[in-house]
Design a protein around this ligand. Structure first.
Ligand SMILES: [Zn+2]
Length: 292
């Protein structure tokens, strides 16, 4: 592992609208003291996007990358769980998944189990952090995994379809949302191996390329265009200063950043990608399947 690549990685995430169910934690203490009005767009509300949804989104992208290499991965659900929809679980098992932990019978486990853990309290080797967001750009610390983002409460009216009712509202739904998100999601490998970095890089590229696929949008409100996320692995060779520059709309990339992009693309990334292939594909040979 080259010394200049540490265990910290940042993924740039940009989204016009993110709805994380009911689980955005808001932080209103610096909003208008005592006369908080949730509909006033001037409210300066920051908050936290918990990592559960982000983690599921990343995991799904990584699963796809491994499956595209022709290998199965751990199903996210416990094998002995009582699934409400057994037939859907069985169908998953035929479509690129094995029962969680089944991979331990013939190896040290698949790379997804390694990274996300979850069996017998085995911790995952990638630590996913929540993203703290703030509407005040100047106070966002990208190098600490923060984002600019604007908390919004979105109201939806569900109207009656009966012509006699004149679209009378049947019920109103309120959703917590973050609008105009742009920031850095901080990930850290507890144990760093070249194949983990290769998988992270490929998964982020896959997710960016499939960002409008329903399956790879993030969070709720997907039918309404929510959760379309542009994402990019920020060059791990960058210094903190260069990382901040990525988010600086006035600044151009420096010559040093261009040189690092070149080095990342032509020298490091291909090495990490072939480490990933080596990790995934020998398991197939070991089972005696044809090796082209
Ligand atoms: Zn597995």
């Amino acid at each position: 592992m080259p010394d200049e690549i540490g265990p910290e990685f940042f993924v740039r995430l940009r989204s016009d609208l993110l709805v994380i169910g009911d689980s955005i934690l808001t932080d209103r203490h610096h909003a208008s003291n005592g006369n908080y009005d949730p509909t006033d767009p001037q409210n300066q509300i920051g908050g936290i996007i918990p990592s559960f949804s982000l983690s599921g989104w990343l995991r799904h992208g990584m699963e796809r990358v491994v499956q595209n290499h022709g290998e199965t991965v751990c199903h996210p659900g416990e094998a002995n769980a009582n699934f409400r929809k057994d037939e859907v679980y069985d169908r998953d098992l035929k479509a690129g998944y094995h029962e969680k932990g089944a991979c331990l019978d013939e190896s040290d486990g698949c790379v997804i189990l390694d990274l996300f853990g979850g069996l017998n309290n085995r911790p995952g080797k990638v630590m996913r952090r929540p993203i703290q967001f703030s509407p005040v750009r100047a106070s966002v610390e990208y190098t600490r995994g923060q984002a600019e983002g604007h908390y919004r409460r979105v109201g939806r009216q569900v109207a009656s379809r009966n012509p006699a009712d004149g679209r009378e509202s049947l019920r109103a739904v309120e959703l917590d949302a973050v609008a105009n998100l742009d920031g850095a999601w901080h990930l850290r490998f507890r144990e760093q191996t070249p194949e983990f970095i290769g998988l992270l890089a490929e998964a982020i590229r896959f997710l960016d390329g499939h960002r409008t696929d329903f399956l790879h949008q993030l969070g709720g409100a997907r039918n309404f265009g929510g959760g379309i996320v542009e994402c990019e692995l920020i060059n791990p060779l960058y210094t903190e200063r260069e990382l901040r520059r990525v988010f600086d709309r006035r600044g151009e990339d420096t010559a040093s950043m261009t040189e690092k992009d070149e080095r990342w693309q032509t020298s490091h990334l291909p090495e990490f990608q072939s480490a990933l292939t080596d990790r995934i594909e020998p398991r197939r040979d070991a089972r005696g399947e044809p090796d082209d």
